[in-house]
Design a protein around this ligand. Structure first.
Ligand code: GLY
Length: 395
């Protein structure tokens, strides 16, 4: 269905994809002008910032089709307090929380907490604003950094202190047209840098899909207590929510709890889940735009996927950039470039998480095995990846 795709700004990976052209990074107004001048039929927003700034409202006012929630709906990701209030007001199952904007008041509350707790900066903090605190001292430090030292700027105007829910994480990406919500296959991210979920948090080091812990019972719980109340809440708020909604869920003793919403596809979950989707994504976007998801169904390959992310040595701390990457031509499975640029037909590293490889196979153990055989073909100085993604399932 698609003749050409323009990506702003794109990267070394999108540059040479079939039908794709990178364009420079444009602000929201200039993207509208570009879409008009080039007769763009459909715009799809990747990251959260333009959504929170209201890009879809500007496009729709200009009669342009765009996939993403309106500015008010995007607050589900843009403000942690807004999102938790939305969950509470709409009966979405989530952990307890309380919001503070004054350091002293937040500190006074700490003796009442059961430990650990999660402290979150309210606004967008590039994935760094969520801090797990094991005791009062950790919590005081986190509150001081956010509310007094303002390390996240205005994203730290307020914080929420939230119950820590322990369990197995599940990520669910869903398509929403405002009337219907269609979840994709479940996935499991691996956020920590080290094997066995150890070490610092990252943007995500690997994914398995479907998630083996997402049983039929948990799925029913998720639908009843999280997905359906969320859709009702969106309808009650009367947002123009034609876009993507990502649910970060924890499976704990009491069933499924919602930790957070994102108003975009998750990274790296998307790399793991979309290769399993059989529908034409352009058709899905049309159905979202015309609010026709109700009689539409998503089809998935009867396979499993395993995605392994390769990072720069030292990430999530300091790392070198500009290192030549080799082996990308040797792969038989999908390669996703995250942070690399292309010069003279060669890739060079440009950020912490550099690329990922997604392997598909009949079973998860086979997918995991294949993903590791594939990623071992890639090399650059200091390359690092976890070696346990999907490995448990191999028995
Ligand atoms: N893995 C969830 C996210 O993209 O932030």
């Amino acid at each position: 269905m698609v003749t050409e795709v323009f990506i702003s700004p794109g990267n070394g990976g999108t540059e040479n994809e079939f039908k794709c052209t990178n364009i420079s990074a444009l602000d929201n107004e200039n993207l509208v002008a570009f879409a008009k001048e080039n007769n763009i039929d459909m715009t799809v927003v990747g990251p959260e910032l333009p959504l929170v700034e209201g890009i879809t409202d500007i496009f729709r006012r200009n009669g342009l089709a765009i996939i993403g929630p309106s500015k008010d709906g995007a607050q589900l990701e843009g403000s942690k307090a807004f999102s938790k209030n939305f969950m509470r007001n709409n009966g979405v199952k989530t952990g307890y929380y309380i919001e503070f904007d004054k350091y002293e008041e937040a500190v006074d509350f700490l003796p009442e907490c059961d430990w650990p707790v999660v402290i979150k900066a309210d606004g967008l903090a590039a994935g760094k604003g969520v801090i797990i605190c094991k005791d009062i001292k950790d919590a005081e430090d986190a509150l001081k950094r956010i509310l007094v030292e303002r390390v996240f700027g205005s994203a730290g105007d307020s914080v929420i202190i939230e119950e820590f829910i322990e369990g197995k994480e599940v990520s669910i990406i869903a398509f929403v047209d405002g009337r219907t919500i269609l979840p994709l296959l479940s996935a499991k991210d691996h956020k920590q840098i080290g094997n066995g979920d150890t070490g610092l948090n990252t943007g995500g080091m690997g994914v398995i899909a479907p998630n083996p812990w997402y049983t039929e019972e948990i799925e029913a719980d998720f639908h009843k207590n999280i997905l359906e109340p969320t859709l009702k809440g969106i309808q009650k708020a009367q947002w123009d929510f034609r876009g993507i909604l990502f649910f970060g869920v924890m499976i704990a003793e009491g069933g499924a709890y919602l930790l957070e919403y994102n108003v975009r596809m998750g990274d790296p979950e998307t790399q793991g889940v979309l290769p399993l989707l059989e529908n034409d994504l352009a058709e899905v976007f049309q159905k979202i735009h015309y609010r026709e998801l109700k009689n539409y169904s998503l089809e998935f390959k009867k396979e499993s996927s395993c995605t392994v992310v390769a990072a720069s040595g030292g990430y999530p701390g300091n790392y070198k950039k500009g290192l030549e990457i080799s082996g990308t031509d040797e792969l038989s499975q999908p390669l996703f470039i995250g942070g690399a640029e292309k010069k003279d037909d060669r890739f060079y590293t440009k950020s912490g998480r550099v690329l990922s490889v997604t392997a598909l196979a009949d079973t998860l153990p086979e997918a995991s095995d294949l993903a590791y055989r594939e990623i071992s073909k890639i090399s650059f100085e200091g390359i690092y990846y976890r070696t346990d993604i999907g490995v448990d399932s191999r028995g």
